[in-house]
Design a protein around this ligand. Structure first.
Ligand code: ADP
Ligand code: MG
Length: 309
């Protein structure tokens, strides 16, 4: 009887817990970075397939280097054919450019190219070259496309029978649905100075968690580090005293564009921007390792100063 009871309780326990291992798991190389998808639910495989196709499609449409992309067309001054959805993305990106006062600037493509971030032929240009590169106004969706892909992925998951998912889109994390037992998703934030994990943010349901940092892509010359997030005012890497910014938002596009923008703004301007916004939370790491987090960021595992409204 005792044995039977044990089996009964074991079965009850199993029934109460959805399986931990995802039904579908896949690694993808897209948008110049590694991505990985983990999905649970009846349609997990079909959804993974559709998300992968969507990622490759977005990359082909908005690549700065592919001759036949919308981006390349616009940058050549021709009028590429666009779907209403693609036009809507361009106008949302334009709105984020205005909302951030140009800190998120999708027209710095020539600046990134000039510094060698396109072909890894790195060099430090002079101020005149930087000025002319800003004037070129070349479209580059690099700071927003992975975030937007997160939003599109959510649409796909909503249409299919997917219970929950966690997508790592090249460092941009997109959660979907709820973990069993109402447990929050716990997302580790990289320690930009010492490596490893700095702390953990807990999020509920469908959310985007995006980090922009100077430790991600950079080159060094004469002992100086030059990273890939550009300041549209100078045409040079942003020098705001921050080493990383993580943004948590329901919108992937917003999280991605704002993580780049807040990095360019620096802590004080970014905190003021947060106070007048209602659609995101953020975690900031300064060059000396100090951590700041907005009141709703749900950060744990490290000491930090809270930014209050
Ligand atoms: P990552 O793409 O490495 O995750 P970001 O989202 O911060 O990081 O985007 C940085 C990319 O966006 C750069 O590689 C460049 O293509 C472009 N970019 C650089 N500076 C800016 C800026 N101030 N605003 C918008 N896009 C930028
Ligand atoms: Mg970004």
């Amino acid at each position: 009887m005792k044995k039977l009871l044990c089996v009964f309780f074991a079965l009850l326990f199993l029934a109460g817990c959805a399986p931990k291992t995802p039904k579908a798991q896949r690694d993808i190389f897209a948008m110049d970075t590694l991505m990985s998808l983990q999905l649970w639910g009846e349609d997990a495989d079909a959804a993974a397939e559709d998300v992968e196709a969507m990622l490759h499609h977005l990359e082909a449409r908005w690549s700065v280097t592919r001759e036949d992309s919308i981006t390349a067309g616009l940058n050549r001054g021709i009028r590429p054919e666009m779907t209403p959805q693609e036009l809507a993305l361009l106008s949302e990106v334009e709105a984020l450019y205005r909302r951030t006062g140009g800190a998120f600037n999708p027209y710095l493509g020539e600046v990134s190219r000039l510094w060698g971030f396109y072909d890894k032929n790195y060099r430090v240009p002079d101020a005149q070259e930087c000025f002319l590169a800003i004037q070129a106004g070349m479209l580059d969706m690099g700071a927003a496309l992975k975030g937007y892909a997160g939003d599109r992925a959510v649409e796909i998951l909503e249409e299919l029978d997917v219970e929950r998912a966690i997508l790592n889109l090249g460092g941009n994390i997109q959660t979907y649905g709820h973990k069993p037992g109402g447990e929050p998703w716990k997302i580790g934030i990289a320690d930009p100075i010492r490596g490893g994990t700095l702390g953990v943010v807990a999020v509920e349901g469908t959310m985007s968690i995006v980090t922009s940092g100077s430790y991600q892509r950079y080159f060094e010359q004469d002992g100086v580090r030059y990273h890939h997030i550009m300041d549209g005012a100078t045409g040079a890497p942003a020098d705001s005293g921050l080493v990383s910014v993580t943004v948590i938002s329901r919108s992937g596009l917003t999280a991605d564009a704002l993580s780049t923008a807040l990095f360019v703004m620096g802590l004080e301007e970014a905190a003021a921007f947060w106070r007048q916004s209602e659609d995101f939370e953020a975690v900031f790491v300064l060059a000396d390792g100090t951590v700041y987090a907005t009141a709703g960021a749900n950060l744990s595992g490290c000491a930090y100063q809270e930014i209050s409204s």
